[in-house]
Design a protein around this ligand. Structure first.
Ligand code: BGP
Length: 481
């Protein structure tokens, strides 16, 4: 069987807002994530319009990577990481988003982070925007609904491209850009819910604003890619999507069609534009049926054409079933933004995310058949409640099992012929959950003593999975025992 190619990029992925903390240090401004309180598996977190002193905002301290980056990157290096995916916190560089000059203290922090990666021979993979939109841009412009944001984003890109041109080669423009095709995306991804204060799960939907906002993100992404290609030919520019297969619950052709439509608008709509350079044919009818009119400026179509990405990346956690039959739908299950009906053949995590390793092989084949460009899985992992033993150990064999099964299926996809270049597990070190704001939902190989009530001394401990992943990397994915 074909093996993982030589030079395969093994590593882990984090997002600045979920692990840096230091939310208002050294000139940093507030991002959308900094306005979010914590929730639980069953109680939605809130977004607030101002900070309430009696509530907990988990991003404010998170696991304080800001002050622990040397120790943390050294631990990644100990596992043998070839790549470390992280994001730049937009508000460290442009606190409100519209400033002309970047904040030097913010830029200097990422110099230190990337230099540290280099010292350990770890290649950074940088997400430019990962749920870190400056909150000031929400207040003043209703986020991405406004065309102004394209210019602000370009300013930000130009500043970081120039500053890190010799340190960073791999860039992703927007994390899970297709979050914007779903209601929840209007909070963390698009910022198009100005003035809303309340549970993130209860956000009112404004499809017109969302799809207008998405259009601006497509233009911004394409302009950034085009600019990078023209000025920094060494850069590799990628897109990043949530990919969650939708399986028909019954063989009723109505269910098959429903899955096809969900797959088109949720899984492929954004990447069709970012990879192929034009709105897909099926968008027109969807827009008409939902009363959406996307306002485009002359030249936008050319920009989309000229700014197509070099590689495709995605997050993969689960699959879902869909049915048009009320009586067959059974209990529903959760997911990172996309839920669905329960699949009787699959187990789910404690948060209701259905575990489907074979779905990863299927997805890799589907996506590669469509685009035929290099791919990376840049998020995958199991959020679980870990137990710390008295002697400071975490026996997380459930996490090892989850990852092993997914890596086996990636190997199958490679043998199928998919051009897969890298794999970064989500949250190699415990961090704040994007969905619920919890610390209790842990993904890491490294345990962090930080708890849901905000307490904990922030010390770091190696879990059993730490030693396991080290072996996996050392053997280039051959030793999964
Ligand atoms: C993705 C996000 C990440 C991450 C992950 C896990 O949707 O890109 O930021 O958090 O999901 O989700 P959660 O933190 O809700 O468990």
């Amino acid at each position: 069987m074909k093996k993982f190619p030589e030079g395969f990029l093994w590593g882990g992925a984090c997002a600045a807002n979920q692990f840096e903390g230091a939310w208002n240090l050294d000139g940093k401004g507030a991002s959308v994530s900094d306005m979010c309180t914590n929730g639980t598996a069953t109680t939605s977190k809130w977004i607030t319009t101002t900070h309430h002193p009696d509530r907990l905002y988990p991003s404010h301290e998170a696991i304080d990577f800001y002050h622990h980056y040397e120790e943390d990157i050294a631990l990644f290096a100990e596992m043998g990481f070839k790549v470390f995916r992280t994001s730049i916190n937009w508000t460290r560089i442009f606190p409100k988003g519209w400033e002309e000059k970047p904040n030097e203290a913010g830029l200097a922090f990422y110099d230190r982070v990337f230099d540290c990666c280099k010292k350990h021979n770890i290649e950074p993979l940088v997400t430019i925007s990962h749920y870190e939109l400056p909150y000031a841009l929400v207040e003043k412009y209703n986020g991405w609904e406004s065309r102004e944001l394209v210019g602000f984003f370009m300013n930000y890109c130009k500043a970081i491209f120039e500053r890190y041109k010799d340190k960073v080669k791999y860039w992703l423009t927007f994390n899970e850009i297709n979050a914007g095709t779903m209601t929840m995306g209007s909070i963390l991804s698009l910022g198009t819910a100005r003035g809303y204060e309340g549970p993130t799960a209860g956000i009112p939907d404004d499809m017109q604003a969302r799809f207008q906002g998405l259009h601006h993100q497509f233009v911004a992404s394409a302009l950034a890619v085009k600019y990078a290609h023209e000025h920094y030919p060494q850069f590799q520019m990628g897109c990043m999507n949530i990919y969650a297969p939708a399986y028909p619950m019954t063989p009723d052709p109505k269910d098959i069609l429903a899955c096809q439509q969900r797959t088109q608008m949720t899984n492929y709509f954004c990447s069709d534009i970012q990879v192929r350079g034009a709105y897909p044919f099926y968008a027109q009818r969807y827009f008409e049926e939902h009363g959406i009119t996307v306002k485009m400026e002359p030249g936008d179509e050319a920009i989309l054409k000229e700014g197509t990405v070099d590689f495709y990346t995605f997050s993969y956690y689960m699959s879902n079933c869909l049915t048009t039959h009320e009586e067959d739908s059974g209990p529903s299950v959760g997911g990172n933004l996309v839920g669905g009906a329960k699949n009787p053949y699959l187990q789910a995590s404690d948060w209701g995310w259905q575990i489907d390793p074979m779905g990863l092989r299927w997805s890799l084949n589907e996506i590669y058949a469509r685009y035929q460009i290099p791919m990376m899985v840049v998020e995958n992992g199991l959020g679980a409640r870990d137990e710390l033993t008295a002697d400071g150990k975490v026996h997380d064999d459930y996490r090892i099992d989850y990852l092993r099964l997914h890596i086996e299926q990636m190997a199958q996809a490679v043998a199928d012929g998919v051009d897969l270049r890298g794999y970064t597990t989500w949250g190699p070190i415990d961090l704040v959950s994007a969905g619920t704001g919890e610390m209790a939902k842990r993904y890491g190989f490294i345990y962090v003593k930080k708890y849901d009530d905000g307490t904990g001394d922030l010390s770091r401990l190696r879990k059993d999975s730490f030693y396991w992943y080290k072996k996996v990397i050392a053997s280039n994915g051959e030793d999964l025992a």
